[in-house]
Design a protein around this ligand. Structure first.
Ligand code: DGL
Length: 258
């Protein structure tokens, strides 16, 4: 049985988990939401590497046999070293973006954390598929704290729209939501986004990449375990309000001892 492990700085990776669970409902899943240490985007490399190592080793100790690097900030910095260090298949969110790139991609704005932007990993992956695509990377450091907090006030909404408008100014064909938290804004952004602009969720690339390899799942709905290092109420709200994630048994692990 394939047992996927995913983690992120908080609720963000749930947007990836949702896509993968929908595509492979019979598998097992363990998800670590490290909300105690969110956001990851401004953390120094070495500090974030130690955090990543601790969580990956915890996930492996829970029986995970396929790691999905759902967090863009972690994936863009550590994917290669993780593949060298750990003996299990690893699917990365950033490295799956070529699965989604087609001839409609002309000018792309990648919205992401500062750390992800600094690596230029999205630009490299997209241009490796088609060097004629213009890629602009935009750091949006204000968004993750707003999304983690939930319940947007008017100032938050203004900031969420300001960030999108900053991307729209470049007249893109596509805007890549290069941080797992951003799909929580998708409905709001769709209202403001001009018709010709496609919002891309890189989690769809992960599903495509996984569809090309052997995944072992059971006939029945699999199991999801959640481990949360900080604010569990927000997790519970999202999981219970979501039909896909809410239909699986959940378990909460509330102390931050990673
Ligand atoms: N959601 C994560 C990402 O995809 C991390 C965001 C953060 O904690 O700054 O990059």
């Amino acid at each position: 049985m394939t047992h996927f492990g995913l983690f992120d700085s908080g609720i963000g990776g749930l947007t990836v988990l949702r896509r993968v669970v929908t595509a492979f409902p019979g598998c097992e899943y363990s998800y670590v939401g490290d909300s105690a240490r969110a956001p990851y985007g401004g953390r120094p490399y070495e500090e974030l590497w130690q955090i990543n190592k601790g969580i990956i080793e915890f996930l492996i100790s829970r029986g995970v046999n396929h790691l999905i690097m759902a967090c863009n900030t972690s994936c863009s910095q550590f994917l290669d070293v993780i593949r060298k260090e750990y003996d299990l298949p690893v699917t990365g969110i950033v490295t799956s973006i070529p699965e989604l790139v087609d001839e409609a991609f002309k000018r792309v704005v990648v919205m992401a954390t500062q750390a992800t932007v600094n690596t230029h990993a999205y630009r490299s992956m997209i241009m490796a598929k088609d060097p004629s695509i213009e890629v602009i990377e935009l750091a949006c450091p204000t968004l993750v704290p707003i999304i983690e907090r939930g319940e947007f006030n008017l100032d938050d909404l203004a900031e969420v729209n300001r960030a999108l408008n900053e991307a729209i100014i470049f007249d893109p064909s596509h805007i890549v939501m290069g941080c797992t938290h951003y799909p929580f804004l998708e409905e709001i952004w769709r209202e403001t986004c001009p018709k010709g602009v496609t919002l891309v969720n890189p989690a769809d690339g992960i599903v495509k990449a996984l569809s090309g390899i052997e995944i072992k799942g059971g006939e029945k709905q699999g199991k999801i375990e959640y481990y949360v290092s900080g604010n569990e109420t927000r997790f519970q709200d999202i999981i219970e309000s979501d039909l896909v994630l809410g239909s699986s048994p959940t378990r909460f692990w509330l102390t931050c001892a990673l």
